[in-house]
Design a protein around this ligand. Structure first.
Ligand code: ADP
Ligand code: MG
Length: 264
């Protein structure tokens, strides 16, 4: 009878972790020579574990990460231009603690988004607030917020994110208004939170993205002041995979490689 009451109370109070482990813990407790405080501690720890897991899953869903790949799934031998040690240092999340930035540069398919996502996954494991957004989508959101007179609130929201991942800056140029709002966001986060950014364009080309040298310089100034840069020069993993299954002829791969070399 007591057991049932306790179980019901746990459910009513939404102590799901405790409720789930109650049978197992009670059985062990009666078998082993443990005192009542040990039993209570075991139940509380189970509850905490369950809550942390739920929080992690909610944060993972909310982060907007387009896929859930980790650094363990990254083949460093395929991309020798990447300094593995540098990436392992980033994995420690010291940069996040110091509110520094990370920029991944390189042609399409070399793993920029994969690495950015993997750092996001590491930060989520540490219960940090992570948000992944495509650069164009981000600028659209900023513009809409500005137009609807809630720009300050939107900035405050982005400021509250520990790790903001901005993907694919430079695939499309920004218009003047978008570029200015983007600059405001980068200024707002400067030394207050980390940005991980990916781009297919080298820094010397950023004036083309922002259509304004002064603005591009101002963005770069803040972004790069405390920043790790990972410049990837290599083959596209996507093409390699396609070639493996025979969808792309060797000449296409070679063409792609020579254009990458030209651009780098
Ligand atoms: P980018 O953002 O540079 O265009 P992605 O990170 O999207 O490239 O990579 C394209 C695909 O190839 C993804 O599915 C990614 O997981 C995979 N990929 C890229 N590089 C590697 C690598 N070195 N090892 C394992 N998978 C990789
Ligand atoms: Mg990408």
């Amino acid at each position: 009878m007591n057991y049932e009451k306790v179980h019901l109370l746990m459910e009513e109070l939404k102590l799901e972790g405790m409720a789930r482990t109650l049978d197992y813990s009670l059985q062990n407790w009666s078998k082993e020579d443990k005192d009542i405080l040990q039993l209570l501690q075991e139940l509380l720890l189970a509850e905490r574990k369950e809550r942390m897991e739920r929080k992690y899953l909610t944060a993972l869903r909310y982060s907007g990460l387009p896929f859930h790949k980790t650094l363990d799934e990254f083949d460093f031998t395929f991309q020798p231009s990447i300094d593995r040690k540098q990436i392992m240092e980033l994995k420690t999340l010291r940069f996040l603690h110091e509110k520094e930035n990370v920029v991944f540069l390189g042609p399409p398919g070399v793993g920029k988004t994969h690495l950015a996502v993997a750092l996001g996954m590491e930060a989520l494991k540490e219960m940090k607030k992570v948000y992944f957004v495509n650069a164009i989508t981000l600028v659209d959101k900023l513009k809409r917020a500005f137009f609807e007179k809630r720009f300050e609130k939107t900035l405050a929201y982005y400021k509250s994110i520990d790790l903001l991942i901005i993907d694919e800056l430079g695939y499309l140029p920004l218009d003047t208004e978008g570029a200015k709002l983007f600059f405001e966001l980068v200024s707002e986060k400067y030394e207050k939170g980390s940005i991980v950014l990916t781009s297919n364009r080298g820094f010397t080309e950023w004036d083309k993205i922002f259509d304004d040298v002064v603005l591009a310089t101002a963005v770069l100034d803040r972004l790069l002041h405390h920043c790790s840069i990972v410049n990837i020069r290599g083959k596209s993993f996507r093409l390699k995979e396609k070639q493996k299954i025979g969808l792309v002829g060797t000449h296409v791969l070679n063409q792609n490689l020579s254009s990458i070399h030209k651009n780098s």
